[in-house]
Design a binder for this molecule. Structure first.
Ligand SMILES: *Cc1c(COP(=O)(O)O)cnc(C)c1O
Length: 379
């Protein structure tokens, strides 16, 4: 089955009771048993729920995996992955990663004795010098947030294999429409389904997909034992979102390209970060592992003025000033005062998050309206 068919049919079967084409929202915590243990495959909804199950099968299908797991948020999914580890274990992680992931690693799991090394991974060979006998996991996020760096997943997978480490990839920005990490050698794919998979800014959810049955069994155990699951209503919404993922992503990419080109030609703009430009330092890797370049764009204005950047995002009308990304509507963010405000200025500037950096999640509106909005705000 091709990807554009999988988004709609992958892992799905018609409802056994009435033939409902969409899985019903099984809004139930428990299931009747005829005799103790005599149930129809479902006992309690933390462990299993038919609506969530349909969604988990869809996750597995679109990522070319075998097993999907749905969680109450992206961070809950990451939390489950790190719970595979023990005190003393070490993780090598991308350095410019989603702020919440960094917070979970450093403020929660370091307390439990897991050690994290945060490194730049644009040259994957650098990873190897951090591998020791305690290393268990490589954590990769690509494209990175908000600098849009690209990390070579295949090269990371070769290092992980050589040293018997797990490789996990946060695929939130790219989505399986653009990049399929399991096919490139990753062991675990993670998503904040809140973003492109849900696609409509109406739900918070996380996902994991794996191929290996033993690894899946450990993760299902953690999912049930820790209990950070999502509800049936949210499962239904994300399942519905996935059915249009391919058409939405196609338009996000088309609009993203036009907006990136418009911005790069604008006299007020110093630099545009978008992996589709040939001048992007990781463009060749992006081209080889991604089908297209997505709708996430960051840019800085000439003079790098904090107040001017604030004025621009305030003046935007169609682009809503908000955290998050990946919905049908365009959003704008100012990392230095929003997502990255808690990081000291000189620290955040080391990774490129300067005062005038603005991040756009380009939606699927008419691109002429989006460009007109940017034009008046920059004007
Ligand atoms: C939003 C996001 C997360 C966290 O997901 P939540 O659903 O907000 O918990 C993790 N990684 C990336 C890249 C994200 O954008």
């Amino acid at each position: 089955m091709k990807f554009n068919t999988k988004t709609i049919h992958g892992g799905q079967e018609h409802d056994k009771a009435y033939g409902a084409v969409m899985p019903p929202i099984y809004q139930t915590s428990t299931y009747a048993q005829s005799t103790p243990g005599g149930h129809k495959g479902y006992e309690y909804s933390r462990t299993h729920n038919p609506t969530r199950h349909a969604l988990e099968n869809a996750f597995a299908s679109i990522e070319n995996g075998k097993f999907g797991l749905a969680f109450g948020s992206g961070l809950a999914a990451i939390d489950a992955v790190i719970k595979l580890l023990k005190p003393g274990d070490e993780v090598i992680s991308t350095n410019d990663l989603y702020g919440g992931t960094y917070r979970l690693f450093t403020k929660v799991f370091e307390n439990f004795g897991v050690k994290f090394h945060f490194i730049g991974m644009q040259e994957a060979s650098k990873i190897e010098q951090y591998v020791n006998a305690n290393t268990k996991l490589i954590w990769v996020e690509t494209p990175t947030n908000p600098m849009m760096n690209i990390i070579d997943i295949k090269a990371c997978a070769a290092i992980a294999k050589k040293h018997h480490l797990l490789l996990a990839v946060d695929n939130t920005f790219a989505t399986p429409y653009l990049q399929q990490p399991l096919d490139l050698g990753a062991d675990i794919v993670m998503h904040s389904a809140t973003k492109y998979l849900g696609g409509h800014s109406d739900v918070v959810m996380g996902a994991l997909v794996v191929k290996d049955a033993a690894l899946a069994e450990k993760l299902y155990f953690i999912q049930n034992a820790s209990g950070a699951i999502c509800g049936p209503q949210d499962s239904f919404l994300v399942l519905r979102g996935i059915k249009t993922l391919h058409v939405r992503m196609q338009r996000h990419c088309e609009n993203g390209k036009k907006v990136a080109e418009y911005l790069s030609a604008h006299p007020k703009i110093e630099k545009v970060y978008w992996p589709g430009f040939e001048s992007h330092p990781n463009h060749e890797v992006a081209k080889s592992q991604m089908k297209d370049f997505g709708g996430m764009i960051s840019f800085v204005t000439k003079g790098n003025n904090f107040e001017e950047a604030i004025k621009i995002v305030e003046k935007l009308k169609l682009f809503t000033l908000a955290e998050s990304l990946g919905g049908v509507e365009s959003l704008a963010g100012h990392p230095a005062s929003m997502t990255h405000a808690s990081i000291p200025k000189d620290e955040r500037e080391k990774t490129g998050v300067v005062d005038s950096l603005i991040r756009l999640s380009v939606g699927i509106e008419d691109v002429e309206d989006l460009i007109a909005d940017l034009k008046q705000a920059l004007g």
